[in-house]
Design a protein around this ligand. Structure first.
Ligand SMILES: Nc1nc2c(ncn2[C@@H]2O[C@H](COP(=O)(O)OP(=O)(O)OP(=O)(O)O)[C@@H](O)[C@H]2O)c(=O)[nH]1
Ligand SMILES: [Mg+2]
Length: 217
């Protein structure tokens, strides 16, 4: 965490920048100022479709909050943040905001509930009374890239632009593709720290796990 002096300095610098940049950049600066004031960091979970991103976020939260499955599932970037009472806030591309119950999450953020994002959501924020968000870690689950749904890739790339750290999810089988390498480079450019997580390790023998980890390095 920055010291109070450093936080005040950063706040002032961001305030100066605010007046100098484009509206889109201004929105990013507003997000940064808000996270700085609340001592909150934003960790984005990214990767190709079906690598297990939403499953990992549920494991981090210790609760099955996000929908998961074997077909392309996540269609809208979903922010998990601390808040009570537990609820979700849907933000639409036209600027509308609506608070809804958590049980509505699958109808909003999944390809099945909201095909092609026909509801026109820009993102959904889930306010949860869970430990990691309460400690100041805001997690963002993103749609997978590279699936048959090109709009999922576009959504995921948009989400890449605002984060402090990234968890990039790979699996050993299939191994890292050229498209994943490009996405990983982009994630690294936008984040202060990038963690690479090799998922579905249970599908490999111990020797295969060692081989996959050495190759991914
Ligand atoms: N064997 C095994 N299966 C896993 C693991 N993690 C996730 N899965 C399974 O992989 C499938 C995909 O998981 P999701 O969490 O929906 O993957 P995702 O990356 O969020 O998928 P999209 O949102 O569609 O991009 C589900 O059937 C999960 O149960 C793991 O560590 N081991
Ligand atoms: Mg998902």
């Amino acid at each position: 965490m920055p010291t109070p002096d450093r936080r005040a300095l950063l706040h002032n610098v961001l305030g100066e920048l605010h007046g100098l940049v484009s509206p889109a950049e201004r929105e990013r600066i507003d997000g940064l100022r808000e996270r700085l004031a609340a001592d909150r960091i934003r960790v984005l979970v990214a990767g190709e479709a079906k690598r297990g991103k939403s499953t990992i976020v549920n494991a981090l939260l210790g609760r099955d909050v996000l929908p998961t499955g074997v077909t392309p599932v996540t269609a809208v970037a979903t922010v998990l943040r601390h808040g009570t009472p537990e609820r979700l806030t849907a933000r639409f591309a036209d600027g509308r905001r609506e608070d809804r119950g958590l049980e509505e999450l699958p109808a909003l953020v999944t390809e099945r509930g909201n095909p092609g994002n026909r509801l026109g959501l820009s993102n959904v924020t889930v306010h949860l009374d869970a430990e990691l968000p309460a400690r100041g870690v805001e997690i963002v689950d993103t749609p997978g890239t590279g699936s048959v749904y090109e709009h999922n890739t576009a959504e995921a790339e948009r989400a890449l632009e605002t984060m402090d750290a990234a968890v990039f999810v790979l699996t050993a089988d299939p191994p890292l593709s050229a498209a994943e390498r490009t996405l990983l480079r982009r994630a690294t450019r936008h984040s202060v720290t990038t963690f690479v997580l090799l998922n579905k390790a249970d599908r490999l023998s111990e020797a295969e796990r060692a081989e996959a980890a050495a190759w991914s390095n």
